[in-house]
Design a protein around this ligand. Structure first.
Ligand SMILES: [Zn+2]
Length: 156
């Protein structure tokens, strides 16, 4: 059977959905991600970032005025954003963090991307001045509902 429901989905909506889907960003269990994390390119890039950041948690690059006080923790390299393909990552996309700050940074990225998507959705649906009539929480509910129904329609 054909999929007439796809007609109702504009290119903008597709981009928006893609935007959100990639906000949980990559599936860390996927083969692509695991291969990337094991690649020589990633290790090279990671070393460059660790050296650039002086082998310490650069939480101050995430939140102005805050410095990481934790010592002797292993260091991890956080993606501000992911590119497609993953191997296209640049040093500007990355920052060295300690594990606790890395967790917080991942939450910040998710929340930032979600908020950006909700704002885009609200603007498309209710126009440039949507915030005069609706607040962000209302829009987030509407957005989640839209996303869910879009996904259900497509899953059929
Ligand atoms: Zn830290």
């Amino acid at each position: 059977m054909s999929r007439p429901q796809a007609k109702g989905i504009t290119r903008d909506e597709r981009q928006l959905e893609l935007f959100v889907r990639t906000s949980d960003l990559v599936d860390v269990r996927s083969k692509e991600y695991r291969d990337y994390m094991r690649s020589a390119e990633w290790f090279r890039l990671r070393d460059v970032v660790l050296a650039r950041d002086g082998y310490r948690c650069r939480w101050d690059m995430m939140v102005k005025g805050e410095t990481c006080l934790m010592v002797d923790l292993p260091l991890e390299v956080h993606h501000f954003c992911y590119r497609q393909p993953l191997a296209a990552a640049l040093t500007a996309d990355l920052v060295t963090l300690c594990p606790p700050h890395h967790i917080t940074a991942d939450e910040m990225r998710r929340s930032y991307i979600k908020t950006t998507a909700v704002r885009t959705f609200a603007r498309k649906k209710h126009g440039e001045f949507w915030s005069d009539r609706y607040d962000l929480n209302e829009m987030e509910d509407e957005f989640d509902f839209w996303l869910q129904t879009t996904r259900n329609r497509r899953a059929r």
